[in-house]
Design a protein around this ligand. Structure first.
Ligand code: GDP
Ligand code: CA
Length: 362
């Protein structure tokens, strides 16, 4: 970065002192993450690594998070990256734990003032503390920094103090990609209207059917710096229980990412976001229906597909309630086990991570 840029004031990335006695086992774990589901899984994964409860994983393993950026949106002239921020705030201990997004101890004066001016959109919740992140990000983007460098700078505040160099957060791409959704609209000549995914999700609460999901710009995007290497050089790649359509889907759609997953020497293991034929939180059900995928743990696993058959999975965990679906996955060439998949606390989530590692390692 330029020496006269204000962001040089941020502390340089703290590098972990080289361990005298090197831990053996897996050192590099890469996770393809959305927002809330991915971030909660990452908390458990990091807990499991630190406590040495993941079979075959070094206690000084590093985690690279490749995060979805297709939820990104410009609001009031600010660039908002919901999934990057959810991961950053969650792992940096700044998240509001009840909402699962945004800053803890948030206040809403900016939103109230904007509403008093009648400025749209009023449905997008911009908290006062959160706004600072978006201001810094937008300012840096305006100055010409790519999103990956902006994210790295923001993470020196959130991730470095807590995790040192053990966690890296990479946007899936530096290019602008946006998920849009076509919904029915009787007032439109075509009978449909296209809205940004955030409008579909936040304002419409996914209560109208999504006829089509469109990833604007995805086909022409390039993987962000480090993304392909993070998959190729990993010892393990994990698909957390993130939304398969609008979180993991766009990451897999960035050119060369799917190919890297198919080719990597690392095992690829995923965890079902669908438990007992519905999503746990959020709206994965609606999104799966819109792309014609069966709303079940097996449906999502088979949608990702077996690596041996051109898909991306070696292993897939389903919840114990879905044990009757294990055989379908095994028959399709995906190692599968039924274990508790509710991320009720860090310990339960670390146990999920341990089961995921155990399914494909060794
Ligand atoms: P978003 O970007 O905030 O929507 O978050 P993600 O895409 O990362 O994750 C959302 C998904 O996480 C939802 O579709 C849920 O099905 C899933 N999820 C949330 N909590 C749990 C949990 O405790 N267990 C499982 N298996 N899935 C969960
Ligand atoms: Ca998201």
């Amino acid at each position: 970065m330029e020496s006269n840029h204000p962001f040089v004031l941020l502390p340089p990335a703290r590098r972990r002192a080289p361990a005298v006695l090197q831990d053996t086992g897996m050192q590099n774990i890469t996770v393809l993450s959305g927002g809330t589901g991915g971030a909660r899984f990452l908390q458990g994964l990091l807990h499991g690594i630190a406590s040495g409860s993941l079979p075959g994983v070094a206690t000084d393993a590093t985690v690279t998070v490749v995060a979805n950026t297709a939820d990104d949106i410009w609001v009031h002239g600010l660039k908002i990256c919901p999934d990057l921020d959810t991961v950053m705030y969650t792992l940096g201990d700044g998240i509001d734990p009840e909402r699962g997004w945004g800053r803890r101890d948030e206040t809403w004066s900016v939103r109230t003032e904007l509403a008093a001016y009648g400025v749209e959109p009023t449905w997008f919740g911009l908290g006062d503390r959160d706004v600072a992140t978006h201001l810094v990000r937008t300012q840096m983007l305006d100055a010409g920094y790519p999103l990956s460098q902006v994210t790295e700078a923001l993470c020196t505040r959130w991730l470095t103090p807590v995790h040192g160099a053990a966690v890296r957060l990479l946007p899936m791409t530096d290019d602008r990609v946006e998920t849009h959704v076509a919904i029915p609209d009787a007032d439109s000549a075509s009978g449909r209207r296209v809205v940004h995914f955030q409008e579909y999700w936040v304002r419409l609460r996914a209560q109208v059917p999504a006829e089509t999901v469109i990833f604007v710009g995805l086909d022409d995007s390039a993987p962000g710096p480090g993304v392909i290497d993070a998959i190729t050089d990993a010892d393990l790649v994990v698909l957390p229980p993130s939304n398969p359509v609008v979180s993991v889907g766009p990451i897999l759609g960035v050119p060369r990412v799917r190919e890297a997953l198919v080719a990597t020497r690392a095992p690829v293991v995923g965890l079902s976001p669908i438990v007992g034929r519905t999503h746990v939180h959020g709206m994965a059900e609606q999104m799966l229906t819109s792309i014609g995928v069966e709303v079940s743990a097996a449906g999502v696993g088979l949608h990702y597909g077996a690596r041996s058959a051109g898909g991306v999975l070696d292993g897939w965990l389903v919840d114990e309630r879905d044990a009757d679906q294990v055989a379908r996955l095994t028959e399709a060439g995906i190692a599968c086990r039924a274990v508790p998949l509710m991320m009720s606390d860090h310990g339960a989530t670390a146990a999920m991570a341990a089961a995921a590692v155990g399914l494909v390692a060794g």
